[in-house]
Design a protein around this ligand. Structure first.
Ligand code: RAM
Length: 496
């Protein structure tokens, strides 16, 4: 079999076939009910009544209201708020003026005209707490909340085989598993509160954790086909896909995410051994590498401005040139190993890889400082060095030296569990298993200390107020890319 990049360009028949495959893999959701009953709970104005469900749930809610006193001579006006984390209870949505839409805040203003009545909310919510506040009613009667019914949903049941050598590790595992459980819906969602959709970077880490826990291979397969079935006219994979009301790719592009399609496919193949899917999707993975080549000058990746959106982490000060160059190397290596798997020639890819490795080292490694630097200002960051370590095959000794130097140089920090995951992987690759485990326990343990039932989208232990969005009210406190301790524990730390 021969394979060229052209096989990956958009072809209507092919994308239609891919989307049909994705459709057949759409899971049936598993429902479970939780009911809270109250006896004559009177709602008072300006005194929100907070109901604690003692765990994170994703689902549909109905509330039973009644009254005592004179006939209901005026409607009631309620504010109902759903919070994943206790900190959200304190947030006032009027104070949020960030660039990510306020409409993500899970808050409703609702009139009810007649009592008794059951209010069945249409939206799906993600929460541990529900706050019900009476904004206005007539003084001639009292409003009662008698019960709340929750119909929670996920594409997987509970996973009970908790691992860990300490109580903290076991708790981290429980919370990580819950995080993934909540994000496994009709697709792997990034977060059930926000953005509630399939993102490629998130998928890669969710899938890795899923292979060691819930083992739902079909859901990963469905997501891979959704990406492959929604490429643009140049064969580019979108960073995220919407599936409702119909399947449509976002019209943005993230350089590193598109490359990591190859790595996600490799992980899937290694775990599911599904050669048919590999044959189908390898051209799409190849196309991402080929498209990326257009952004290199003399085998060095151009700086960010020309690349569009590059991610790596939500640290907004990060220069991404070096890290993105590393992601290219990382993904191309994974692509090569897939080619070898099915007996395709890798000659051309290997020549290119060699060039990119050499050019990347020459361009970004600062021999005096002993670390990788990025961009015109030669910025030193965790992201650049972690990704260069993951992408290259330096010796453990060389990697450790980089980390030692880095620790002395006040690098740009990491702010997401996504980036922390890669940091832990890089420490492991450097033979620093104990340090990696300690860092995992410290970082994810700090969220446990912060009363996390699920792990967050963003967590900077140095600055708890950090948000790339201009405010914390829209942050997601159940974000799938933070579920990887359940993978790290099973795959590395508890093996021997
Ligand atoms: C956030 C999403 C997602 C991430 C992208 C880059 O808005 O929640 O998790 O992949 O940004």
């Amino acid at each position: 079999m021969t394979l060229s990049a052209e096989n990956g360009t958009q072809n209507y028949k092919m994308t239609k076939r891919f989307l049909n495959i994705a459709k057949t893999l759409k899971p049936k959701l598993i429902h479970s009910n939780v009911r809270k009953t109250f006896s004559n709970q009177v709602l008072k104005t300006s005194e929100p009544f907070v109901v604690d469900f003692y765990n994170h749930y994703t689902g549909y809610v109905s509330l039973d209201f009644d009254f005592v006193g004179s006939p209901v001579d005026a409607p009631i006006l309620l504010k109902i708020k759903f919070c994943e984390h206790k900190d959200e209870l304190k947030e006032n949505s009027d104070d949020y003026h960030g660039w990510v839409s306020k409409s993500w805040i899970q808050e409703e203003l609702i009139h009810i005209d007649n009592l008794p009545s059951t209010l069945k909310l249409k939206r799906r919510y993600a929460f541990r707490y529900i706050s019900v506040e009476l904004i206005a009613s007539s003084s001639r009667y009292d409003v009662l909340l008698n019960g709340i019914e929750l119909d929670s949903v996920s594409s997987v049941g509970n996973f009970d085989e908790i691992v860990g050598d300490t109580e903290l590790e076991k708790r981290i595992d429980v919370v990580a598993l819950r995080t993934l459980h909540e994000c496994m819906q009709y697709e792997f969602e990034d977060g059930p509160k926000r953005d509630r959709r399939l993102w490629l970077g998130d998928l890669r880490l969710q899938a890795l954790t899923n292979y060691h826990t819930y083992k739902n291979y079909d859901l990963v397969k469905r997501c891979l086909y959704l990406f492959a079935g929604t490429t643009d006219k140049n064969g580019r994979i979108a960073p995220c896909v919407f599936t409702s009301p119909k399947v449509i790719a976002d019209d943005s592009f993230i350089f590193d995410y598109s490359l990591l399609f190859a790595s996600t496919l490799k992980d899937y193949y290694e775990n599911a051994h599904d050669e048919k899917t590999l044959q189908d999707l390898l051209p799409v993975a190849t196309k991402q590498i080929m498209n990326a080549r257009g952004y290199f000058v003399n085998d060095v990746l151009a700086d960010k401005n020309e690349l569009g959106w590059c991610f790596l982490d939500w640290n907004l000060s990060l220069n991404r040139q070096c890290g993105e160059h590393a992601v290219y190397i990382y993904a191309e290596k994974d692509l090569i190993s897939l080619y070898k798997e099915i007996g395709l020639s890798t000659d051309e890819l290997e020549i290119d890889l060699k060039n990119k490795i050499k050019a990347g080292f020459d361009a970004f490694f600062d021999k005096k400082l002993g670390v990788f630097v990025s961009g015109e200002a030669k910025q030193i960051s965790f992201a650049s060095n972690v990704w260069m370590i993951l992408a290259n095959d330096f010796s453990e000794e060389e990697n450790r030296k980089i980390f030692e130097n880095l620790d002395r140089l006040n690098p740009e920090p990491m702010v997401t569990p996504y980036m922390y995951h890669h940091y832990i992987e890089a420490l492991i690759k450097s033979g620093l298993l104990d340090k990696a485990r300690k860092k995992m326990n410290e970082y994810w343990g700090a969220m446990i200390d912060d009363d996390a039932d699920t792990f967050y989208e963003l967590f900077n232990p140095m600055n708890k107020e950090e948000s790339p969005y201009g405010g914390k009210a829209v942050l997601s406190y159940c974000h799938a890319w933070s579920c990887t301790p359940s993978y790290l524990l099973r795959h590395y730390f508890l093996k021997k």
